[in-house]
Ligand binder design. Structure first.
Ligand code: FMN
Length: 396
């Protein structure tokens, strides 16, 4: 149990989940996570901003006691997902005069997910403020910074932005503020790639709004806080921009080595042409790392053999996932090996409608790679090199 003072009258009272290794039964967590919750004490009212995962209720209540929190008047719910809202029923029971402040869509979700009674909820709209006495909170709706109901909360007197999942990182760390930029950059980028990338266009708009606000501290709902906001704002502006890098990502799977040989050949050919290449073996891989690579790669080459007339199932799941996170990939194609026939290339194309990339000619050949394979891969490498050289959206 740890309570930390962020600034006068503002406390971090969330919990650290050191051991969690998987989130949403989907997202690997190499460094655990935290569920950040904040307490803001005014002279008239006390507000709680978001709660914690229900599995940590006991520790959370311990933190409230430690923070000498004998009253809660307002519970600000920026996001209805259970890792932030799950402890609400208990908090409402313990503080019977507290009201939840959230968006209309959030109210609907809280009722559906947690059976929160509507008479405990005050629905707010963008621009509304809550005066706590000497300190206030302002609410700004920002739908799709994960779910459709999300909003951010701003405390003008303390210049703190509480953006919930936006700018978060799954990182269990004892540091209240970010103090290890290299590590945080990787974990924040991983988080962006997995959670925020599908909503890149909305987030880019929100970044403009946020960059005009007077903010000294960004206090997200996962991972460390930022006492130098431009650091994370600049990263987000880069990740959400239309720019990609001179990188070819090759997620691949191979059963008997033919596709793998093709990947090695293409890797060498692209390297000779001054392109950064990321061959990514899907067997036993971490989908978060793949999502991170998708943030910047200009080109994605899917490498798969044919299995029962289509792509290998590992590739089906990868192409499906890549499509879900909507990367800004400029060019895509398929390479691989088959034995007697199938619809592998067409199936992969049909799996990636959200990837608005130009499709380059596939190199899909029968059996083990030989002279013809090298010839076709050389042509593909030339095409990619030319596309990369001429594309103004690719940072050279
Ligand atoms: C389980 C299994 C299913 C296969 N199904 C097909 C198929 O439907 N159509 C086809 O053309 N080849 C099929 N093949 C043959 C492979 O596509 C072929 O051997 C290819 O060269 C394997 O590439 P790899 O060495 O990269 O694994 C199958 C092979 C295996 C092991």
């Amino acid at each position: 149990m740890v309570v930390r003072t962020i600034t006068e009258d503002v406390y971090s009272i969330g919990v650290i989940d050191w051991d969690r290794r998987l989130f949403d039964n989907l997202i690997p967590l190499p460094e655990g996570t935290s569920y950040n919750s904040y307490l803001v004490k005014g002279s008239l009212k006390t507000a709680l901003i978001d709660t914690v995962d229900p599995s940590f209720e006991e520790e959370f209540i311990g933190n409230l006691v430690k923070a000498r929190c004998d009253r809660i008047d307002a519970i600000i719910v920026n996001h209805a997902e259970q890792d932030h809202s799950g402890a609400l029923p208990l908090i409402l029971e313990l503080f019977p005069s507290a009201s939840i402040y959230c968006t209309e869509k959030c109210s609907d979700l809280l009722s559906a997910l947690l059976d929160i009674p509507s008479d405990r909820i005050k629905i707010i709209k963008s621009g509304e403020k809550l005066d706590l006495g000497g300190v206030s909170l302002e609410f700004i709706e920002m739908p799709w910074v994960h779910w459709p109901e999300t909003m951010v909360t701003y405390c003008p007197e303390k210049k703190i932005l509480f953006p919930c999942d936006l700018f978060g990182a799954h990182h269990a760390t004892s540091s209240l503020f970010m103090d290890d930029p290299c590590r945080t950059e990787i974990l924040a980028k991983r988080y962006y790639a997995e959670i925020m990338m599908p909503f890149r266009n909305s987030i880019r708009e929100y970044l403009e709004k946020i960059s005009k606000m007077d903010i000294s501290i960004i206090a997200p709902s996962h991972g460390p806080l930022y006492d130098s906001p431009p650091w994370i704002l600049d990263k987000y502006s880069d990740w959400t921009s239309d720019k990609v890098q001179n990188i070819v990502l090759i997620p691949y799977v191979s059963m008997h080595g033919s596709t793998e040989k093709m990947v090695r050949m293409l890797t060498g050919l692209l390297m000779e042409r001054g392109i950064n290449v990321r061959p990514f073996n899907l067997t036993g891989s971490d989908s978060g790392l793949l999502a991170m690579e998708l943030v910047d790669a200009a080109t994605v080459v899917f490498g798969t053999p044919t299995v029962l007339f289509g792509p290998h199932p590992d590739m089906v799941s990868t192409a499906y996932l890549a499509n879900l996170v909507k990367p800004k990939t400029r060019y895509a194609t398929v390479i691989g090996s088959f034995g007697w026939g199938g619809k592998t290339v067409d199936t992969i194309k049909s799996l990636i409608p959200h990837i608005k990339a130009e499709l380059l000619p596939p190199v899909y050949l029968k059996g083990a790679p030989g002279e013809k394979t090298l010839e076709e891969l050389t042509t593909l490498a030339d095409i990619i090199a030319e596309k990369h050289a001429q594309d103004p959206n690719i940072t050279k």
